[in-house]
Design a protein around this ligand. Structure first.
Ligand code: NAX
Length: 328
């Protein structure tokens, strides 16, 4: 029998946490044959709510769930952790400036990065979901110099999945027919969902659609502003779909991308495609053997170039801002 994998979830009492934990415990994070131990990190005021969720997890009698520990101490939460899902973050309050938001999140992600550095297992993999996800991941990574930088990733899989779904609708195809879609840049409104290399049932997606106006005026804004549309409709931000994307991200990272396809992950840039080295930006990646690799050699047309550059510019500005705050 396998040793359980330690999975830490921060912000466990939040709405994404609630949508995420039951699926982790039922085998959707790593696989149906991998037992897990959960560590839930919350702020002191939310520990009781997390305990309530843990009671419900107990009541599911999940065969793969080998234990739940709840704490408000990051050192305890990340002790021996193999997979860390950093979901808890400071939301933007009304009237809050971007600098204040970055600073408040620095207060969360810097100590968590340090605790991961000091306590996590050697094979730790980190996914940052809490916004601003890319820059929060950068802050955590900078606080963890002993952990290989590439273990810190940010979630753009929800954007990737949203784009697949929109493209399938437009082309009247099944989502399983869509391949090689890419989200570039920041998980924000500047992100660029790229269909120029994507395929619909084996045919080039951009040629199949052949409608640049749809691309520029509908597809890209629909994907980039989907979060706001969900809030408008549901009265609350994306939760189950965000949790689902977090599961997809880690599952793919650990278990690999299918032959002939790739996925999108926010990862530290190695300078590929003109993205400054070190920025945590979304790229097309393939995964195998528990590691990811940027898909190389894609031709970037002028349309794509401008959009990638403007999202990357935003990431550079965020990096400069957190550097100015002494967070890097
Ligand atoms: P909620 O406000 O429902 O839950 C957040 C939880 O985090 C709360 O229970 C809070 O007590 C906890 N928390 C705050 N500070 C903490 C700390 N220092 N340590 C541990 N826990 C802490 O938010 P929810 O809807 O669950 O969203 C969580 C985050 O995901 C937000 O930052 C949100 O913006 C972000 N999202 C990111 C997405 C992505 O694609 N990357 C999409 C969905 C989502 O909007």
């Amino acid at each position: 029998t396998r040793t359980p994998v330690n999975v830490t979830v921060t912000g466990a009492a939040g709405q994404i946490g609630y949508a995420l934990l039951f699926r982790i415990a039922s085998g959707h994070l790593l696989g149906a044959d991998v037992p897990v131990k959960l560590r839930l990190l919350e702020i002191p005021q939310a520990v009781k709510a997390a305990e309530g969720t843990a009671m419900e997890l107990d009541d599911c009698a999940f065969p793969l769930l080998r234990g739940i520990e709840i704490t408000d101490d990051a050192e305890v939460a990340f002790d021996g952790t193999n997979v860390a899902l950093l979901v808890g973050a400071r939301p933007r309050a009304k009237g809050m400036e971007r600098g204040d938001l970055l600073e408040a999140n620095g207060g969360i992600f810097k100590p968590q990065g340090k605790a991961i550095n000091d306590r996590a297992a050697d094979d730790v993999r980190v996914l940052v979901v809490g916004n601003p996800a890319n820059t929060n991941a950068l802050i955590a990574q900078a606080a963890a110099p002993d952990v290989p930088a590439e273990r810190f990733t940010a979630m753009t899989r929800l954007d990737h999945n949203r784009a697949i779904s929109q493209l399938a609708k437009k082309t009247g195809s099944a989502v399983s027919d869509i391949r090689k879609l890419t989200i570039w840049g920041n998980h924000s409104a500047t992100q660029y969902p790229d269909i120029f290399h994507a395929e619909v049932a084996g045919k080039n997606a951009a040629e199949t659609v052949s409608d640049e106006q749809w691309l520029a005026d509908e597809f890209i804004p629909t994907v980039a502003k989907r979060g706001a549309a969900i809030i408008d409709a549901r009265g609350a931000s994306s939760a189950a779909s965000a949790a689902n994307a977090a599961l997809d991200h880690v599952f793919t990272w650990v278990n690999g991308t299918p032959e002939g396809d790739w996925t999108s992950m926010g990862i530290p840039s190695d300078g590929s495609y003109g993205v400054p080295e070190g920025l945590i930006s979304s790229f097309p990646v393939t995964c195998a053997g528990g590691a990811y690799e940027i898909v190389q050699g894609l031709e970037i047309n002028d349309f794509s170039r401008g959009r990638i550059d403007s999202s990357v510019k935003e990431l550079s500005e965020e990096r400069d801002a957190v550097r100015g705050l002494g967070l890097l």
